[in-house]
Every structure is written in C-alpha cells, then in structure tokens.
Ligand binder design. Structure first.
Ligand code: TXA
Ligand code: MG
Length: 327
C-alpha cells in the first residue's frame, strides 16, 4: 500500500521528543513507545482513522480489539465500567502489566475500530515513565498493540521496532530495553467471575490472591501467538450479511465500497470509502455496520472489497459477520 509510506524519526525519549511525538499523535500519527512489557505502536484511541493506521502499519490480516493505554484508574473509569473486582485489580496492579477488559462506559470515547466493534474494551495503565509521559502529553487514551509487523515476535527494543516498521510509522521513542519482555496479563471483568483471557507478565496466582478467588479461563488462553485475539465473542450484526453484492434490493441496507453497488433504492446506503481508500474503509467499517444494522433491515448487501492491504482484514470481518448469522 503506497499510502502508508512515512518518514520514521527515532530518538531517545526526552521531554522534547515526547512533546513532539504527542503532537504527532494528536494529529492522527503513529508512535512506537516503550512500555515495561514490550514496545507498543500507539495511536489516538478515540480516532477511527488513527487506529486504522495501526492496522495498516502492522499489516494485520484481521481486526483484533486493541488495548487502550491510560494514565490511571481515574482516566480508565471514563472509558470502562469497573466492577468491585476490577477496582481491586487496578488498585493492586496499576500502573503495571495488567490489562482489564470491561464493559464500555456510556461516555466511552475509545473508537469502535479499537474495540473491534464490541461493547467492551481493554484498558491498561502502563508503568513505564515514557509511556506515562506520552499519554499525559497526548491528552487521550492511546491504543497500542505490540510494535511489530503481523506474524513477527513482539519487540523489546527500539532497534527491533525499527527493523519491522521503518518507513511505516512516524516516531520511535527509545526508552531502552523492555524490563519484562512479556505482554500484559489480560483479565476480563464482565460479570461476577473474572476471566483470564491471556496469561502474561503477572502470574495468575498473584491475580487470584488479590481477588481471593479462582479465575475462569477465557477463549483466548492457549491460542497460538500467530492468532492473537481470535475472540469467540465479537461484534456481529443482527442482520444477515450478503457478501460480494453487485446491487442492493429495496428491502436491504447497502454497505458500498467506491460506489460499486448498482441500482435499487435500499433502506439506507453507506459507502466505506467513495474514493476506494482501504484505510478509510477500515476506519468506517464497524460504525457503518452498526448504523446499517440499526435501520432494522433484515439484510446488509456488502459490496466487494479488494483483498489487498487492509482489504484482507475488512473481508475477514465481513465473512465472519456473514457466517455467524448462518450458524
Ligand atoms: O503488554 C501489552 O499488553 C502490550 C503493550 C504494548 O501494552 N500490548 C498488547 O496489545 O499486547 P494488543 O492490542 O496486542 O493486545 C490485544 C489483546 C487482543 O488480542 C485481545 O486478546 C485482548 O487484548 N482484547 C482487547 N480488547 C478486548 C475485548 N474487548 N475483549 C476481549 N479481549 C480483548
Ligand atoms: Mg502482539
């Protein structure tokens, strides 16, 4: 994809470089930041287009929900609803390598793309001082998966990030080698039984000791690292999804791409990208699926989306939406 060519600046994390990187984030840019677990590829979590940039830079073939990084539990409460168990865990382990999956709060600003369309979201307050300074200077939650190309190992130094993402992101802040070198432990607090979704830098036993109860095991546990976040529960529209449609009938809602859908007078029509830009299409995907679903139309006719670049992830998601309803 030509659109992701960027000039990558790499610099030691200082007050000045952190301020410049934060300004870049506020403008929708991509910044690799050190955390105590692994280096993360950060973007403004509240912006669908900025988050689409993460997926484009990583070359991910699917949209997984991402972790939003915040300064502290106060900032986190604006985005997610904390159960008593979640409060206990944040109190015990934040800032640090624990990620909490929570129901989205009514005023949640984290974009639908960062949440992969879900009504839940993942939040973490990292301990690394550079990550904290960057979040504070950016003034927004930062969505950040590990800063590697899809299918490669997570980076634990600025040099690893450069090797994978040079020319694809705007900044790399060098904060030295990652202290832990292992991703955060992910615990979902969505009902009375907290669930371990991903083992990580904090031992399961330590989480259970704080909660004084055992963790249930979630769908993510034990999955191959090449398929992170293949979640069993993901956003699926109520409407049936008809793939590779050439036209939309009068009873259908139309999910168009580059004005390809012909004829008819559908219930509603939204174009993922009138100009055929796949990064723009990705940024609109979940919001448009929801909006079309909310029309109550029994079927969404989805135009063909080319398979190159982010088209692979868009098609993966549309295919799953179509299959879910048949199952
Ligand atoms: O240590 C880490 O956690 C690193 C550093 C950079 O902070 N970040 C990281 O982020 O590993 P990421 O985005 O690759 O982790 C995303 C994982 C997904 O694969 C999924 O398992 C889980 O977080 N996740 C995120 N949102 C979720 C949700 N709403 N429900 C269930 N799982 C979710
Ligand atoms: Mg990763």
């Amino acid at each position: 994809m030509a659109s992701i060519r960027r000039k990558t600046q790499i610099a030691a994390a200082t007050v000045e470089t952190i301020a410049a990187a934060a300004a870049c984030l506020r403008a929708g840019g991509l910044v690799a930041m050190p955390t105590e677990t692994v280096y993360g590829l950060a973007a403004d979590a509240t912006s669908n287009p900025a988050v689409a940039g993460i997926f484009a830079a990583k070359g991910r073939p699917a949209f997984n929900p991402l972790i939003s990084h915040v300064l502290d539990v106060r900032a986190a409460r604006l985005e997610g609803e904390f159960s008593p168990e979640a409060e206990k865990l944040a109190e015990a382990f934040w800032p640090g390598p624990l990620t909490l999956v929570l129901p989205a709060a009514p005023g949640c600003r984290v974009s639908l793309l960062a949440r992969a369309g879900l009504d839940t979201l993942a939040l973490r307050a990292p301990a690394h001082e550079t990550a904290r300074a960057l979040i504070e200077a950016a003034g927004t939650p930062l969505a950040a998966p590990s800063a590697n190309r899809s299918g490669r190992v997570s980076p634990t130094s600025a040099a690893h990030v450069l090797a994978d993402l040079d020319g694809r992101i705007d900044w790399i802040l060098d904060g030295g080698p990652s202290r832990l070198g292992l991703e955060s432990t992910i615990v979902a607090c969505l009902d009375a039984t907290p669930t371990l979704l991903r083992p990580g830098a904090i031992a399961r036993e330590d989480v259970e000791a704080v909660l004084r109860m055992g963790l249930a095991l979630g769908a993510d546990v034990g999955k191959a690292p090449t398929a992170p976040g293949r979640l069993e529960s993901h956003y699926a529209p109520r409407a049936r999804v008809r793939l590779d449609a050439r036209d939309a009938g009068s009873h259908e809602a139309a999910l168009d791409f580059a004005g390809a859908l012909r004829g008819g007078a559908p219930v509603a029509r939204l174009d993922l990208s009138p100009s055929g830009d796949l990064v723009e299409a990705a940024s609109n995907l979940f919001a448009y699926l929801r909006a079309l679903d909310e029309t109550g139309a029994p079927c969404i006719a989805a135009a063909h989306v080319p398979h190159r670049g982010l088209g692979a992830a868009i098609n993966d998601r549309l295919k799953r939406a179509a299959a879910d309803r048949e199952a």
